[in-house]
Structures are given as C-alpha cells and as structure tokens.
Design a protein around this ligand. Structure first.
Ligand SMILES: O=C(O)C1=C[C@@H](OP(=O)(O)O)[C@@H](O)[C@H](O)C1
Ligand SMILES: C=C(OP(=O)(O)O)C(=O)O
Length: 422
C-alpha cells in the first residue's frame, strides 16, 4: 500500500510550519496530497521531490515566510479545504480558496467561525463554505474558541495543527453532537507532539472535548509515512469475499489510523488475520457474516464494509455515520442506490445503512467522483459477474495505482481477473 493520505497531509502542514527543514519519506503521491503540496508552495513553502537512498520517494520541505496573495485549489480534499485556512491566516496577504463544485457543499463553518473568533478576517458568501478569501495579516492572536465539529473531525484537526503558531496558542472546546473520526484527531495530537508541540487532549484526566495547544516552535522532522490502512480495506475485503488470502506489507504495530479497526471488523465478518514480520495477512473463510456496528470513529471505512455486507449471509446494520452524507458525495444515498441497482436491498437509516443481502446481478456501479465508491464496487465485482466500475480513475484522489494493484493482487492469487470491468 502506498502512504497514508491523512498522515502525508498532516506531515506537510506541520513541516511547512516548522522552524527548520524536514523530510517526508514514502509520502503518498495522489490528487489530495499533490493539491496540499501545491497549495503550500503557492504560500511560499519549498517542497522538493527527491529519490531516497533506497530508491523510495522523499520530499524535502523547506519552511519559509508564508505569503499572499495566493490561490489554493482544494479539489475535493477535506484535508486541504480544512487544514489550510488556519495556515493562510498566518500568511501576510489574501489567500483565495476554491475547489471542485462538491467542495462548495462540504461543511467548513467550524473552521471559518473559529478563525474569525481567533482574530482572522475572512470573506465568504455567508454560507460558511467555499469559495472564500482568508486575509492573512502575518499572525493570528489565537486563544479560546468553541466549535461544533459534529459534522467533521477535520475542523478540530485543522485548528490544532496550526495552533502552536498562534500568538496565544489555542484552547478549543467542541460543543454539539458526538464527534466523528476520533482516531483522526488522535493522529493530529500525536503528530503535533512528535513535532515538539505541547498539547493537552481529552481523556487520561483531560477535560472532555477540550484541547489546549501552547504557542511554540515546531521541529523539522525526518518522518516515514505509514501505508494507508483505509485504502487497504478493499484488498482485505477481497480475501473475505473470495475466501482467499491477502497480505498487506508493513502494517504498523502501533497506529492512530482508523483502518487498523479492519482487523477486528473483518474478523467479526468471518475472516481471520495474523500479523508477522511481513505485515498483516488476512484470510477469508468462504463465509461472510453480517455485522451490527457503530462506525462513527472509522466512517471512511463504511463504503467497503457496506460492499462486503451486501455479499454476506445475514443482515447488517451500519450505524453512527450520518456525517457521510457530507463526504465526497452523499455516501449513504450513493451506496443504497448503487447496491440496490444491482438487485440489493439497502435502506438508509437516520445515521447509517441497513443491508439485507440478496443475490446481486451485474451492471454499472456509478461512483459519483468518490474514490471509496469505486473501491467498494470493485469488491462487489469479485463476487458478482459483470459489475462495471464507472470512472475507476476517481481512485486517484488517494490511490492512483488502484487498478494496477488490484489486478496484480488477483494475478498473484490466481483469482479471476476483473481487470476488464476496471
Ligand atoms: O483528518 C483526516 O485525515 C480525515 C478525517 C475524517 O474526516 P471526517 O471527520 O470529516 O469524516 C475522514 O473521514 C477523512 O477521510 C480523513
Ligand atoms: C472523507 C474522505 O476524504 P476527505 O479528506 O476529503 O474528507 C475520505 O477519504 O474518505
């Protein structure tokens, strides 16, 4: 698996805000991470792409004064549209943010309102969404702020990542419904601490839903990016739905990535896994069990889990993921429409999906420019003849090599080739 999107884009932001150059080894090269790198370059940061001594890719990040005017294309990358406005507030001029049409619909109010409360000037059209201009003044006061981050954990991560550079640091309080994607917030806190920041976080005696970051310099680091465990989902699912075996190399023994939960979820769904020096080996038993599970913490795994659930021997209930309606597409509506389009029986609930397996037939699986819809469709295509994945190139958001990796995996196991449908 290529590197993690979430780790790569956090590492780029932290390296750009550091007081000395840093290195990023095995970064993910995909649409979302290249948009992040280009945006930071537009603000004045140096990012040199090099080849490491072992032949792998290495990016050298050279922090510099952050300058406007600049333009940032966020594409449809949540990490770019949320993590960079606080960085732009530290630049010394206007920074214009825009992106794909879908980026105008994805929530950003938590970041915009918080930055205004912390002293930034922002022009938007009043909807709390893109497009907008952040009028950086070279520094941000910082201090105390309250936000409702129930629609995206990325609001919290965004403010924390830049907080060491705010004059007074940050005290951030989440007020509102349950926070999604907590492992991603833990990833932010861990990476900030590794860069030398002082962060107090909820849990272990900390106040619930409150984070504090002290003002400080950030260190330049030499960081190796972990493989993307969320993008490992369709590959592990392949073992589950075919009764085969798949090994994902270099599975980390300790990680904040939500994809690590796949070991438990897919084991409950009928497989088994083993970790050794090669990585994580997952084996399907030939039987797939339905599952009743709260996926709030690991929402981005939902599309592939839904695909597996549609092929199971019993019903599933996926809960806690209402916020997926605001992801790359409305993922709950899209999964229900596409699985039902193949003859399935999926209904949307208030906060998730109810999936009753039925024999599926071939057909076009529309992907709504959503990488995770495309990989979910490929999983169904392993078990159902004639499934065609529309626009598989949309996987370029986080895994441009998906079609080649998928085909190579199937060749490696001697399984049926679905390359034609891809
Ligand atoms: O911080 C991150 O890297 C991410 C956080 C999550 O966002 P939400 O909390 O908006 O779901 C996740 O779904 C997204 O793919 C990546
Ligand atoms: C929700 C996702 O992405 P983003 O970072 O654009 O929010 C995702 O990758 O599943």
């Amino acid at each position: 698996m290529p590197g993690s999107k979430s780790v790569t884009n956090r590492a780029l932001v932290l390296a750009a805000l550091a007081s000395e150059p840093g290195w990023l080894r095995r970064p993910l090269r995909s649409r979302d991470t290249l948009l992040m790198a280009d945006a930071l370059r537009a603000l004045g940061v140096g990012i040199e792409e090099q080849v490491g001594s072992g032949g792998g890719e290495v990016w050298r990040v050279i922090p510099a004064g952050l300058h406007g005017p600049a333009r940032v294309d966020v594409g449809n990358a949540g990490t770019v549209m949320r993590f960079l406005p606080p960085v732009a507030a530290l630049a010394d001029g206007p920074v214009r943010f825009d992106g794909d049409p879908r980026s105008h619909e994805r929530p950003l109010h938590g970041v915009i309102d918080a930055l205004r409360a912390l002293g930034a000037r922002i022009d938007d059209d009043g909807r709390g969404a893109l497009p907008m201009t952040v009028h950086g003044s070279g520094s941000l006061a910082g201090g105390r702020v309250r936000i409702d981050a129930s629609s995206s954990s990325q609001f919290v991560s965004a403010l924390l990542l830049s907080a060491p550079r705010f004059n007074k640091g940050l005290e951030l309080r989440h007020v509102g419904g349950a926070l999604p994607s907590l492992p991603h917030i833990r990833m932010t806190v861990d990476m900030l601490r590794a860069a030398g920041a002082k962060v107090d976080s909820p849990g272990a005696g900390g106040e619930p839903d409150v984070w504090r970051v002290a003002p400080s310099a950030l260190l330049g680091q030499d960081l190796t990016v972990e493989p993307d465990l969320s993008n490992a989902a369709p590959f592990l699912a392949a073992a589950l739905v075919t009764g085969g075996t798949v090994t994902v190399r270099d599975w980390p023994s300790r990680t904040t990535q939500p994809g690590d939960a796949l070991r438990e979820i897919f084991t409950l769904m009928g497989g088994s896994c083993e970790r050794d020096e090669r990585g994580l080996t997952f084996t399907g038993s030939g039987r797939i069990k339905g599952i009743d599970v709260d996926l709030r913490e690991v929402g981005e795994l939902t599309p592939v889990i839904a695909a597996v659930a549609a092929l199971a021997g019993s019903a599933s209930e996926l809960r806690g993921v209402a916020h997926l309606r605001l992801h790359e597409t409305d993922r709950l509506a899209a999964l229900a429409a596409e699985i039902n389009g193949l003859g399935g029986d999926v209904t949307e609930t208030e906060d998730g999906l109810r999936i009753r397996p039925r024999p599926l037939r071939g057909g076009v699986f529309h992907t709504y420019e959503d990488h995770r819809l495309a990989t979910a469709a490929a999983v169904i295509g392993l078990a159902v003849k004639g499934v065609e994945v529309e626009n598989v190139a949309t996987t370029a958001k986080t895994l441009p090599e998906f079609p080649e990796l998928w085909t190579a995996m199937l060749d490696g196991t001697g399984g049926p080739s679905v390359a034609r449908g891809l």
